[in-house]
Design a protein around this ligand. Structure first.
Ligand code: 5GP
Ligand code: ZN
Length: 135
């Protein structure tokens, strides 16, 4: 099958990578432009653009790989913590259109923020109004 994107090129071996973890479902490798020491990207070996493009079983298998990767990063780099997340969709910052989890190791005093630092723009509706959408 022809490569669909740059990450498919990494899975296919046409683009080199520094592998952190691999199993039948996922490949995890060091981010080429790290935002922290050991910044790692975990991708499904199959091409899915976003979270919504895979079924639940596939998602769960991939999540097991994300956790295994995080465990390996923890064991080798011994960070104080880590942020793990997806930029799901262009407006959320996704650049490579092949779903991937960022594992960002964190150290006390590293100058970074939490998930809350991604955005602080709660919009013009109250929490109670938003809650009605979920009734
Ligand atoms: P996104 O913004 O799509 O969530 O993040 C994509 C990530 O992939 C970025 O952090 C970027 O540095 C990384 N990346 C893009 N191309 C390559 C590549 O060819 N090799 C590696 N190792 N990382 C890449
Ligand atoms: Zn792809």
């Amino acid at each position: 099958m022809a490569d669909k994107c740059i990450f498919c090129g990494i899975v296919g071996g046409e683009i080199p990578n520094h592998t952190v973890y691999e199993d039948s479902m996922v490949l995890a490798f060091l981010d080429i432009f790290p935002h922290a020491k050991g910044h790692t990207v975990v991708i499904p070996k199959d091409h899915f653009e976003s979270l919504w493009d895979m079924d639940t079983d596939t998602f769960q298998s991939i999540l097991a790989g994300v956790r295994a990767t995080a465990g390996r990063v923890q064991a080798r780099l011994k960070p104080d913590g880590m942020n793990i997340g997806i930029n799901n969709g262009k407006s959320a910052g996704q650049v490579v259109p092949h779903v991937h989890w960022h594992i960002i190791p964190r150290w006390e005093g590293d100058g970074g923020g939490s998930m809350h630092s991604i955005i602080k723009n709660p919009g013009d509706k109250s929490v109670d109004e938003i809650a009605k959408l979920f009734k």
